[in-house]
Design a binder for this molecule. Structure first.
Ligand SMILES: NC(=O)C[C@H](N)C(=O)O
Length: 324
């Protein structure tokens, strides 16, 4: 029996065309993908909704929340087995992770995109859409959290990140690799996602910023964060989780003002740990109350802190949430 798959278009290069005169890639008047979606009709009973038609640098947490509400409302109206969200790749990992943290439906959820627009040579959009519908229609894809499918690979939303500005193999999971692959003969999962968690989020109202540490960083930028009335901050720290000593007073000022500071590493791979005991070292920062994230990158830790702040203002509870 054919499986039911809902496809939700949000925009991005997958639904854009290259203007042959100017060479620029722009959102077309109509979504070229809607026409092509008919080519997946043999794989499942596919229903298509165009939520919006945005380049993903224009996507905000409000849009992510709108996608969540749309999926939940559509499931209530007419159950489906899986849902595919087509999305620009620039912020795809944030939307995928937001949905991973906030949706708990018994369906497979797949997010996909493209690195080449629909009329470029070697366009990958239709191929990724077909792969994603196949994954969403496969019963094995359920209970694995939100999946990101591009270039024949299946990644978990928590671990995947965009690693290359233009290459079709851009989405990688540096810590763990893909959890599965799409082959001509079927979908193969070779391991389970590392963890699953879900939070009931009614609204995302808190303001969280993200900054990257650098050699010689002092406390001036951290002071500005407090003045700008942010509710939380994620800092991409040096190495295994350290900061220049001149930044420590700014961190302490934020913590004393009840503004949570979540720490990730600015390194491409590995996780932040409270190892070094010198001034500005991770051990000192953790003892002061900085929350160490469990392997997330900066942009995802920011999404998670926004979700955590919608659940609690207790630092110990936030620390527990970031241990997952
Ligand atoms: N490949 C893409 O989709 C990139 C595009 N700038 C976007 O994120 O909308």
């Amino acid at each position: 029996m054919k499986r039911n798959v809902l496809v939700i278009h949000t925009g991005g290069t997958i639904s854009m065309m290259e203007d042959k005169d100017t060479g620029s890639v722009i959102p077309g008047r109509e979504n070229p993908l809607s026409v092509q979606t008919s080519m997946v009709a043999n794989l499942a009973d596919v229903r298509v909704i165009e939520a919006f038609h945005l380049p993903s640098p224009h996507i905000t947490t409000e849009h992510m929340h709108e996608i969540k509400r749309l999926i939940e409302a559509e499931y209530k109206n007419q159950e489906f087995d899986g849902v595919v969200i087509t999305h620009g790749t620039d912020t795809l990992e944030e939307t995928a992770y937001f949905l991973d943290l906030t949706i708990s439906l018994p369906v497979s959820i797949v997010v996909t995109g493209a690195m080449r627009s629909s009329n470029e040579i070697g366009a990958d959009g239709l191929y990724n859409l077909i792969s994603s519908v196949r994954v969403a229609a496969d019963p094995l894809s359920k209970n694995k959290g939100v999946l990101v499918v591009l270039n024949d690979e299946i990644h978990s939303a928590k671990n995947v990140t965009k690693t290359h500005t233009s290459n079709v193999s851009t989405f990688q999971s540096p810590q763990y690799g893909p959890i599965g692959i799409v082959t001509k003969r079927g979908i193969l999962f070779h391991h389970q996602p590392t963890s699953s968690e879900s939070y009931k989020v009614c609204d995302i109202t808190k303001k969280v910023t993200l900054i990257k540490a650098y050699a010689g960083m002092d406390s001036s930028l951290l002071g500005a964060i407090k003045d700008l009335k942010f509710d939380g901050v994620v800092i991409e720290a040096l190495g295994q989780g350290n900061l220049p000593p001149e930044a420590v007073p700014g961190i302490i000022e934020l913590l004393n003002s009840r503004i949570p500071v979540v720490l990730v590493s600015r390194c491409f791979n590995g996780i932040a740990q409270d190892v070094y005991g010198y001034e500005g070292g991770g051990k000192q920062l953790k003892e002061k109350g900085v929350i160490f994230s469990n392997g997330l990158n900066g942009q995802k830790a920011r999404i998670k802190l926004m979700v955590a702040l919608s659940q609690t203002d207790d630092f110990q509870e936030m620390e527990r949430i970031f241990k997952n």
